[in-house]
Design a protein around this ligand. Structure first.
Ligand code: ADP
Ligand code: MG
Length: 648
């Protein structure tokens, strides 16, 4: 049930305020066909848009099923629009280069319904509006009436409770208009249809109720509805169905949109900020599908683990301000000030400051100690705890006959500003990373259930890697470059051409490989500590990573990593925790840490904790230098003759 109470809306342009709705109060039954009549400019479209949540009222209230929308946030309006409302406009708003089937399907894409079901429902909806034979035509091959039918099919695909139509026949001849009206009448059989029209005859003939507007005021209503008096029974059955639908929509939105994205950490913060997981949990309680949601949550959290980093900041403090949805309290206070726009200063909103203000640091060593002690009791709430040590395995192609090529961390795109080499912050670097090597979780139970092993096996030893294919069983060309199955020089020349803004010659051939081909690839592992060589003359450790001969020797003598298995997401798996790439086991990280601990440079550093063994300077000096500039005082190179400068 929809009810507008004293709704006011005005539009202010440069120097003029136009009242579009002036204290409009009207309620609609769950099932009727309402025509809204009135001269042009009387506020019909404005009222329809406010009912549909496309526009917001200035004053008054809109009740949905008796619940006020005055506290609705953007996401509440989104959910309302997406799940309960269908729109039809005078302009059909179809996408010209897509078939009408695709046009209708598109309305479901965001809702996360599977492709097969999308298609089936689109075909059904088009059948319902009498266009079954035309599904593969483009909009330009249809008449106006047919295009409007497509728009109606699109509006119906979610089976909305309320269909809003703004002059749907405005561009059609009278014969076609009648057909559309017949269709709308049929649709109004089991839902609320509100249609704006300026054709009183059509309104008389088809609608069950006519509301007439003039100058933003309701002048006439042929069949008013007083919800208080009628005391209509609540449609509980339909409501339940509705909630479960929006629950599914909320879920699938959260997964489909977010799972494909790379920067997991940021997306986790983002998902948290828009509360998707929270919404899903609440809706699931309402629907009594706890076991299902528990399962989905477990799988989701394997994708979006709760992360505690040594430094963290609240990304949402930035986003809230950006969207204007939830301003800071200071901002609110200013908004509450009397509305005198003329002399009102423009206030600064503290986006950066409040973001960095929210930075906190965490004592992770103590936290781990606490978890390890077993006193926390956290085990019963988590499926696994993983520790990350910020160790990036230095991995190279084993073929050093040409150049020495490092594949992890990947630097293929460094020249065009992409890649992990520069960013130091954990969040940013995971966003910017072009790496294809990832660490497997410590706890493999959940992951193994999500994949089919196509060849070989999951890593059993630290020097074994597993190749994760796409759900379709393919591997990207970019991975082939890193694996040496495509010539890396080809990629380098493409990147170079791109950086120079020249035409890029992308290879058009498409290769295929047997599992044995893929599993014959090997890599070389080097301990980062070995990049440094002691310089006895100066008593420091020198970074040799750009010394070709040194690196070639190092890589040739490195440990060999082999691909032990190839896996693919199970058919129909809801969640696949691993994106495509090459995964090494967490035992590799432990191996590297153990190994590094025994190297001379680490021993030296440990023996001299106050001195940086790479530069020979004390950390304290370096830090104060850094505070005064970039570690190097430029001004010490110059003297300035003030008098000369002045006379110049
Ligand atoms: P109708 O659909 O009945 O023709 P509308 O609801 O579109 O009327 O418009 C009502 C009044 O509000 C008109 O005077 C119109 O000019 C004004 N109006 C509508 N939308 C806007 C807008 N976005 N900006 C400024 N004025 C608007
Ligand atoms: Mg209008």
């Amino acid at each position: 049930m929809l009810q507008l109470i004293n709704v006011c809306k005005s539009y202010t342009t440069a120097d003029f305020t136009q009242t579009a709705l002036d204290h409009v109060s009207v309620a609609f039954r769950d099932n009727e066909f309402v025509a809204v009549l009135g001269p042009s400019g009387s506020g019909k479209t404005t009222m329809l848009n406010i009912i549909g949540g496309l526009d917001h009222y200035d004053d008054g209230n809109l009740l949905i099923d008796g619940v006020s929308t005055s506290e609705y946030k953007d996401r509440d309006w989104d959910a309302y629009r997406n799940n309960r409302i269908g729109f039809v406009f005078q302009a059909y708003n179809l996408i010209p280069h897509q078939t009408i089937l695709e046009n209708v399907e598109l309305a479901l894409t965001l809702s996360g319904v599977s492709r097969a079901e999308r298609r089936q429902r689109a075909v059904e909806a088009l059948g319902r509006v009498g266009l079954a034979e035309h599904v593969s035509k483009k909009p330009s091959q249809l008449s106006g009436g047919q295009m409007q039918r497509v728009a109606i099919a699109r509006a119906l695909i979610n089976d909305p409770e309320i269909l809003l139509a703004d002059e749907p026949t405005g561009a059609l001849d009278s014969k076609t208009s009648v057909q559309i009206m017949d269709l709308l009448t049929e649709i109004a059989d089991d839902r609320l249809v509100i249609m704006v029209t300026h054709n009183p005859e059509l309104a008389q003939r088809y609608a069950t109720r006519i509301v007439t507007l003039a100058d933003g005021v309701i002048r006439d209503d042929t069949r008013p509805f007083d919800p208080a008096a009628e005391n209509s029974p609540r449609r509980t059955a339909k409501q339940a169905r509705r909630t479960s639908m929006s629950f599914l929509t909320a879920l699938s939105l959260s997964f489909k949109n977010l799972l494909t994205k790379k920067g997991r950490t940021l997306m986790t913060a983002f998902a948290g900020s828009i509360g998707i997981i929270g919404i899903a949990a609440i809706l699931s309680l309402a629907n009594g599908v706890n076991s299902y949601i528990a399962n989905v949550e477990e799988e989701t959290l394997s994708e979006y683990p709760l992360q505690i980093q040594d430094q963290g900041f609240d990304m949402t403090s930035m986003m809230g301000l950006g969207s204007g949805a939830e301003g800071s309290s200071a901002e609110k206070a200013q908004d509450d000030a009397p509305d005198d726009d003329s002399g009102k200063p423009v206030h600064e909103s503290k986006m950066i400051a409040s973001t960095f203000d929210s930075i906190g640091s965490n004592d992770l060593a103590s936290l781990k100690g606490y978890f390890d002690s077993g006193e926390s009791g956290v085990e019963s709430y988590v499926s696994s705890i993983e520790y990350g040590y910020n160790v990036t395995p230095q991995i190279f192609s084993s073929d050093t006959s040409g150049t020495v090529h490092q594949v992890n961390p990947d630097k293929s795109f460094a020249s065009i500003g992409l890649g992990s080499s520069t960013a130091s912050n954990g969040i940013m670097s995971s966003m910017m990373s072009t790496n294809i090597f990832y660490k497997l979780p410590d706890n493999m139970g959940m992951v193994e259930g999500q994949y089919d092993v196509m060849a070989g096996h999951w890593p059993e030893n630290y020097d074994e890697i597993v190749l994760v294919l796409t759900p379709g069983g393919s591997v990207s060309d970019f991975m082939l470059y890193s694996m040496g199955l495509r010539d890396h020089a080809e990629l380098e020349s493409m990147v170079r051409a791109f950086a120079n803004e020249e035409a890029v010659n992308a290879p058009s051939d498409s290769l295929s490989f047997s599992y044995d081909d893929l599993m014959s690839v090997t890599f070389k592992l080097v301990n980062a500590a070995d990049f440094y060589q002691r310089d006895n003359e100066y008593g420091v450790w020198k970074d040799k990573s750009s010394d070709d001969a040194y690196m070639r020797n190092l890589v040739d003598n490195g440990e060999t990593l082999k691909i032990a298995g190839v896996v693919k997401p199970k058919e129909g798996a809801k969640i696949a925790s691993l994106q495509t790439g090459l995964y090494y086991p967490s035992s590799l990280v432990n191996h590297l840490i153990d190994q590094a601990g025994n190297t001379q440079i680490v021993q030296d550093q440990k023996a001299n904790p106050a001195t940086n063994v790479i530069t020979g300077k004390s950390f304290a000096d370096e830090e104060s230098n850094q505070k005064n500039g970039n570690g190097f005082d430029m001004s010490s190179l110059f003297t300035i003759d003030g008098q000369k400068l002045q006379s110049a």
